[in-house]
Design a binder for this molecule. Structure first.
Ligand SMILES: Cc1cc2nc3c(=O)[nH]c(=O)nc-3n(C[C@H](O)[C@H](O)[C@H](O)COP(=O)(O)OP(=O)(O)OC[C@H]3O[C@@H](n4cnc5c(N)ncnc54)[C@H](O)[C@@H]3O)c2cc1C
Length: 401
């Protein structure tokens, strides 16, 4: 990748003001002093994934790049009050680190152990737990059909848990604005281009914003934006339902539990509230309206399985539910990060398929480096480059939830 001279007069237009756009704007403005204009069509973020997320962070991935991105992002999020302080205001995102507990049947135990070995090689502290160890640690868990577990531990360099994602988004946004970035409520609909380079971004109102570089960070809606430039990105809006539960009481030491059948649950407070979800029943369709939460998914599929895994869940009630879109990369369910092939000055950070909120600090920092200097200065994000689409070389991540 080539280095380029930093041009302090460079205009960067970012399409999408969710966590990816806001994080990139924050690094561009604060670290490089560049002029970043973030176009966000809905300042209320009513349908943005960043506002509808479950906001968990883990190092239990099966690819080195995802492990390293989340390790570095965790360290940033732990220190967010300092990293994104604006004057005396130190943002707080309520990060807690009870870990992720992956459970595996006999058939899945080998892959779980292989993943743990890779995570250990990358410096992530993840413990493999036998059945007696699982029982001792989580006596409320029923281990029917389970052979092995893996639990992310909270140590100096790694840890897993969850945080308030909307606060993280707002912290990046406020930090970016304090360093000179502009957030404009407008929808990008077209581009002026000359010889493969975008000259300006055109909004629905017909305004033209001059651009030396453009970042597409439009989440689940990134494909329509890239399509205007003639590039077909394999990113689709795939609905995921989340159910908030009130159980009879808390489960001591409860991490975010991933069941081998595909569902997950985690505490949401310490008096017996939980969140849970799973992939949809049947076909995973594009653009299902967010209003259509599948309540049958909970009643007929999730609840029986939850109660099998944790007998206390036999008695619970759903207190609320919502749905959000995964910006789902149908090619290989990983972020598409880097230059948009076929263009000179257009970049993409999208397609994170359910693990974008936790990756935002490292991705935002890397995008700012790439846009400002032409290369990655800290963590090399090139395994996520978009050329893997044309090369038919998927980056296969086994741990997509
Ligand atoms: C139910 C659910 C659970 C999740 N759980 C987790 C989790 O536990 N951990 C995790 O790391 N991630 C999780 N995710 C994924 C995570 O939330 C996303 O990866 C992340 O928020 C993506 O951020 P983004 O900025 O790319 O997209 P968004 O937050 O969707 O932001 C994109 C923005 O672009 C705007 N936009 C679109 N088109 C245009 C245009 N043409 N012009 C101007 N603006 C435009 C939109 O209005 C939107 O605000 C979850 C997601 C969902 C839905």
């Amino acid at each position: 990748m080539r280095n380029q001279q930093l041009d302090p007069s460079m205009n960067v237009v970012i399409i999408g003001g969710g966590v990816m756009g806001a994080a990139t704007a924050s690094f561009l403005a604060a670290r490089y002093g560049l002029r970043a204009t973030v176009l966000e069509r809905d300042a209320s973020y009513a349908r943005a994934s960043s506002a509808l997320s479950v906001c968990a962070i883990r190092q239990q991935f099966s690819t080195e790049i995802n492990i390293r991105i989340s390790q570095e992002s965790l360290l940033f999020y732990r220190d967010i009050g300092h990293q994104l302080a604006v004057g005396p205001d130190r943002p707080s995102i309520g990060l807690v680190e009870p870990g992720y507990l992956y459970l595996a049947t006999e058939a899945g135990a080998r892959v779980l152990a292989e993943n743990q070995a890779l995570q250990a090689r990358c410096g992530a502290d993840v413990a493999l737990l036998s059945l007696p160890e699982l029982t001792a640690r989580f006596p409320w868990l029923s281990l029917e059909q389970i052979a092995l577990g893996s639990l992310g531990l909270s140590t100096a360099t790694s840890g897993e848990g969850w945080f308030d994602g909307y606060s993280a988004l707002q912290a990046f946004r406020q930090h970016a604005i304090a360093h000179g970035a502009r957030f404009v409520q407008a929808e990008a609909v077209d581009f002026d281009t000359r010889a493969g380079a975008v000259q300006s971004v055109i909004t629905r109102q017909g305004e033209r914003l001059a651009a030396d570089a453009v970042l597409i960070a439009a989440g689940a809606w990134s494909s329509p934006v890239a399509a205007v430039l003639g590039v077909d990105l394999p990113i689709r809006a795939r609905k995921r339902d989340v159910f908030a539960l009130q159980a009879p009481g808390p489960l001591p030491g409860c991490p975010l539990v991933i069941d081998p059948s595909g569902f997950w649950f985690r505490p949401d407070g310490d008096t017996g509230q939980f969140l849970c979800g799973s992939p949809p029943r049947g076909a995973d369709l594009d653009d299902v309206p967010l209003e259509q939460v599948d309540h049958g998914l909970f009643d007929e599929w999730l609840w029986p399985r939850l109660a099998e895994r944790v007998p206390m869940f036999d008695e619970l009630r759903v207190t609320s539910s919502w749905a959000g879109y995964y910006e789902y990369n149908t090619f290989d369910q990983n972020g598409l990060v880097g230059r948009l092939p076929g263009t000179d000055n257009v970049f993409v950070a999208a397609g994170f398929s359910g693990h974008g909120l936790q990756q935002a600090p490292a991705i935002g920092r890397g995008m700012a480096e790439l846009i400002a200097t032409g290369t990655y200065a800290s963590l090399d994000l090139s395994p996520l480059h978009l050329e893997r689409l044309a090369n038919h070389a998927p980056l296969l991540e086994r741990n997509v939830i």
